[in-house]
Design a binder for this molecule. Sequence first.
Ligand SMILES: Cc1cc2nc3c(=O)[nH]c(=O)nc-3n(C[C@H](O)[C@H](O)[C@H](O)COP(=O)(O)O)c2cc1C
Length: 491
Amino acid sequence: MNNFTNVPELIFKLGGTGSVSKLLKTNPSTISNWKKNNKIPKSYMNKLDILLKKKNLLTYTEYESNTRITSLKKKSKFSILVIISGGVSCYKVLELLRLYHNNNFDIDVVLTESAQKFITPLVVTSLINKKCYTELFSSEEEENMNHINLARNKDLILVAPCTANFVAKITHGIADDLASNIILASDSKILIAPSMNPYMWENKATQDNLKILRQRDIDLINPNSGLMACGEVGKGRLPDINEIFSFTRNYLLKKKEKRHTGFESKLKILITAGPTQEKIDPIRYVSNNSSGKQGYALAEEFLKLGAHVTLISGPTNINKPNVNKFIEVVSAEEMLSQVENNIDCDIFISSAAVCDWKLIPYTLKNKKLPKNDKLKKNKDIFFKLETNPDIIKFVSQNKKRPTLVIGFAAETKNLIPNATKKLEEKQLDMIIANLIEKENAIFGKEYNKIFIIDKQCKIQKSEKLTKHEIANLIISKTLKLHEEKYAKNYN
Ligand SMILES: Cc1cc2nc3c(=O)[nH]c(=O)nc-3n(C[C@H](O)[C@H](O)[C@H](O)COP(=O)(O)O)c2cc1C
């Protein structure tokens, strides 16, 4: 059952007073009273819990209105050119344009000829209240140099969706329409979000082209895997629009910071994952059931968005993801030392199940046994517990503290109070809480069910989702939080 601590927010999430009164078949004034008193009668809690579960808690509307409030207040102004090439996911990008427009971005849009088979310039214009560009050759004087004018003074040029054809064209410098001319004439940062049929994606021609583009410092938002519009399953889906929006906004904020500070502009993520193993003797160890899957999924999903990802992993049996930096460790002490070496990051996520203690063997006469000798069965020994370093606290209280420090809490009971206590004690920005129970046996499994608790102790509960879906939920929330912290400094 949900802990409804913020009733007005809850009602807002469910569509407002009118919608909730209809859904619950009650009088709107009853709902208004709940909001006023910040209290819900017990008899309605179950029904509301079910309604919440039916809703994906991070809806576009919620996301949009929240970010809109922040950005309008802060008057953010980024100049972005969106090139839409002719893929089946064109329609999704309309939602992205709406988000940019509503969040005060200075936005221009170019459609390729093929894109116009999927969406029209008119629908783009009505979303952004601006002309949508399509033609290279124009008889109007002010438009006859559009291929140059539109290429200049942009904080970012985003190609989304980027077709296999467009990938090939920019790789080889082809300039046969307005969009490809702009790319060739541009001095701005270019970010592409390829989206295509899985065979087109896997094709060596496409992969070779992408490799060349990466070498030329063109950044990529990698496609997701899943069921495609053509009915085939594989890699090639355009990532969630919320994520593209959030990622590009973070990217632009970082760029703005770079202007102020001269620092690197890629979002740097440091993740720990898996268990640690604490040696008892040269042969035996104590550890826990963590598989590392959730941390690896986070690393992979952040990587898809083009972030720079360092993954520090305890011993696991799963495939290493192809992250920017992968560091294997065994014990908590080794993990701490690697975290310290890599603390220069924007976001630290501690998903590793670090052993709280190590066991030190002693004789009954209280003499420490030599750690390089195997313990013998027939000897009387006992173990003293030695506390391991608290890695997340070390990071959160460090002089070089990243902008965000995010932890995980796995509990068998009193989940929310225990997780909230950890959040406060360790001064985290957010904590992901898991209840370890029969119905949510998460260790080693593909699925997970979480509660996300932020600094204001707002709680967001997820459905049972795959670990990659959970990773995306956490990333959406994390990027939004990062934007907010950042916006304070650099807007
Ligand atoms: C129904 C349909 C859907 C298509 N979807 C995609 C797609 O998602 N990704 C892609 O790379 N090409 C897709 N194509 C092929 C492109 O439209 C085609 O390569 C075109 O030349 C791209 O032109 P552009 O890159 O100038 O926009 C699709 C074609 C059709 C007919």
